[in-house]
Design a protein around this ligand. Structure first.
Ligand code: DC
Length: 214
């Protein structure tokens, strides 16, 4: 598929719905750069934890967001329940979001991109040519996260994994700034009953239709 220069594809949705898998595959298929914006919030959360400070501390979290380096994004400890919750907490702080906004916009504007997150289609790129909103039931997302953790050799308790997903959903969807929302013009794919291949093909069919009619 030939894309117009600078095409931005926004992939939003709650935790563990399959955004990352889909966004990475779309980027490879379409020859676009890919940015996992959750990683930015994870790295900020980690830097705050490294200082022994509560991730809800707005002043420290903003300073760490402004000091973020590419090396922070390559850390091996950005996944797991501590990093998940710290990311979600710093992500609720308006000054942290503001500090990370420019980087995301510059990344996407340079040559187009696929970006996944919570607010890409609503705040970061409200003008994105393509917006996808990826969801799945809480039980299915918890099942996937549990398999991902145990697959990496991390001990996990299914009930606790589900409780943490619910907590993070509530925190990300109910915060006043840039909450997880489907943009009115986003195409929603519920992946509860779909595998990664089916999700990818549904997304690709939508992108084709959308760009053909543009
Ligand atoms: O996508 P993820 O689970 O890696 O994101 C980690 C946290 O970062 C998530 O709980 C909410 C926050 N986040 C956000 O607020 N906005 C984004 N664009 C991406 C992530």
């Amino acid at each position: 598929m030939r894309l117009p220069a600078g095409t931005v594809i926004a992939v939003d949705g709650p935790a563990a719905a399959g955004k990352g898998t889909l966004a990475r595959r779309l980027a490879a298929e379409l020859g676009l750069p890919y940015l996992d914006t959750g990683l930015l919030y994870r790295a900020v959360g980690r830097r705050v934890l490294d200082r022994g400070i509560d991730p809800q501390d707005a002043r420290v979290a903003e300073a760490e967001a402004r000091a973020l380096t590419p090396e922070d994004l390559a850390r091996g400890d950005l996944r797991g329940s501590l990093a998940d919750m710290a990311a979600s907490k710093v992500a609720a702080i308006p000054a942290v979001r503001a500090a990370l906004l420019d980087f995301q916009r510059r990344f996407g504007a340079a040559q187009g991109a696929v970006l996944d997150g919570r607010d890409i289609g609503t705040v970061v790129f409200p003008e994105a040519q393509v917006k996808l909103f990826i969801t799945a039931s809480v039980a299915e997302r918890a099942r996937r996260r549990f398999l991902e953790l145990t697959g990496r050799g991390v001990a996990a308790d299914p009930a606790q994994v589900e409780a943490e997903i619910r907590d993070r959903d509530a925190q990300d969807a109910n915060r006043p700034v840039a909450p997880t929302r489907r943009a009115p013009d986003a195409f929603e794919i519920d992946t509860t009953e779909l595998n990664a291949d089916e999700t990818f093909h549904a997304a690709l069919a939508f992108i084709r239709k959308k760009l053909d009619s543009a």
